[in-house]
Design a binder for this molecule. Structure first.
Ligand code: HEM
Ligand code: SF4
Ligand code: SF4
Length: 382
């Protein structure tokens, strides 16, 4: 990772923290930091993505502003984190998208919707968009099956490829090796930390989500959004199995598995994204990186719109409004896949990787030679 103003400031702050160590019990970052005397740019990339931005160390810090040392760990690590998203993105020519993220997300969403509608109108009788379509294959009468599969498959595969490239670059830059993935126990520890968002739990009492008071609000809203997202993904996957392997064509009945997974996933995403937007609006801006707020609001709004239009589609699928809502919903989903690898969404990949690296570092080290019980037994026998 390249050296920047943010990495220099992060290094300065972490060197002060490494001498002070008051916040050692707060999160994973401080124990990981104390394993190092100096911070390479790869170390800073790792620590920035290990930070969950709980803000605990900002409110406890005796050197935070207005102290002249001006230590603001959550803010500077958020800056470095955003730079890692640029650093590991592929292809390099699209990196500029990060810097204009809020605008890019909105424009891509709008373009996605417009294109889907235009394709639809060019390919089918436009009146289909406004008249009620019911029974098996109703959705494909609005947007042909081949077009839906091509757009969904193409944009999703693109997102996965770019995310994998970013992950490999991050792993190499932070000193990782491929064979480390064979380590079962650290992998399980990391999965536990990812699925519980352990580091947003503070020392147990929660984080400083809004102000100096402790709460679990942000963590709970993120759970709603994260698990809602996973349920929606499971819904689409089961619908694919129904269609390709069981010969059952959408739309499916309300009590079918894909619709139930999608409904509860959509409800979770609406609660989670709306809650996170509210938390962001009312929270203290001092420990936040202000230049990143636009991209966070844009991504939260895009996820909220995807979930809300999905639920609206379910409610109105028997009416003449189905065609337009379907086109808008799919336009939003495809644009999400397109912008995902150049948005805040990559945090899921890098944070998960950082948690795995941390679990590897926490492995109990083998006892030094001559200090194992078997060695001692040999020594006494000699
Ligand atoms: C499908 C998966 C995920 C989705 C849709 C998602 C979405 C989001 C969004 C939109 C935000 C911005 C909200 C805010 O700033 O308050 C956010 C924040 C956050 N996410 Fe996720 N996320 C996902 C996976 C993960 C994973 C796997 C982790 C941890 C390993 C994680 C950790 C966090 C943390 C700690 C924050 C708050 C800190 C910050 O402002 O950067 N997320 N997530
Ligand atoms: S954030 Fe402040 S109080 Fe905490 S370890 Fe760093 S310097 Fe010390
Ligand atoms: S903001 Fe929270 S997670 Fe980040 S370094 Fe400070 S205490 Fe740790």
């Amino acid at each position: 990772m390249r050296e920047t103003e943010a990495t220099a400031e992060a290094r300065r702050a972490l060197e002060v923290c490494n001498a002070c160590r008051y916040c050692e019990g707060f999160c994973a970052v401080f124990p990981a930091m104390t394993l190092r005397r100096e911070f390479s740019s790869g170390d800073l990339s790792y620590l920035a993505n290990l930070c969950h931005n709980c803000r605990g160390c900002y409110y406890s810090c005796q050197y935070a502003p207005p102290h002249p040392w001006n230590i603001n760990v959550p803010q500077v690590l958020a800056q470095v984190r955003a730079e890692t998203y640029e650093e590991y993105a592929w292809p390099a020519s699209l990196v500029g998208l990060y810097r204009r993220n809020g605008t890019v997300v909105s424009l891509a969403a709008a373009a996605g919707i417009a294109l889907t509608l235009l394709f639809t109108m060019a390919l089918v009788d436009p009146s289909i968009l406004y008249t009620a379509q019911t029974g098996p294959g109703a959705f494909y009468r609005v947007i042909p099956w081949w077009l839906m599969v091509t757009l969904a498959g193409g944009t999703f595969t693109f997102a996965v490829v770019v995310l994998i490239i970013g992950f490999v670059r991050f792993w190499r830059d932070t000193g990782g090796r491929a064979e480390e993935f064979a380590q079962g126990r650290p992998l399980m520890t990391a999965l536990h930390d990812i699925f519980t968002l352990k580091n947003l739990g503070g020392g147990g009492g929660g984080c400083n989500d809004v102000d100096e008071g402790f709460s679990q609000v942000r963590r709970r809203f993120h759970h709603f959004m994260f698990y809602g997202f996973l349920l929606c993904f499971a819904s689409t996957s089961t619908a694919t199995v129904y269609d390709h392997f069981l010969g059952l064509v959408a739309p499916y009945p309300f009590w079918s598995l894909p619709v139930q997974l999608g409904t509860w996933g959509g409800v979770g995403m609406v609660i989670g994204t709306a809650g996170l937007i509210w938390t962001k609006i009312v929270s203290d801006p001092a420990p936040a990186a202000r230049n990143l707020r636009g991209s966070e609001y844009a991504m939260l709004s895009l996820l909220l719109l995807i979930a809300a239009t999905g639920l609206l589609l379910l409610a109105l699928r028997h009416t003449g409004a189905m065609g337009v809502i379907l086109a808008v919903h799919l336009g939003l989903v495809f644009s999400f896949f397109l912008v995902m690898p150049y948005s805040k969404m990559v945090h899921g990949v890098y944070r998960s990787a950082a948690l795995f690296r941390h679990a590897l570092e926490r492995r109990p080290s083998p006892p030094p030679p001559g200090n194992k019980p078997s060695d001692r037994a040999l020594g006494s026998a000699a």
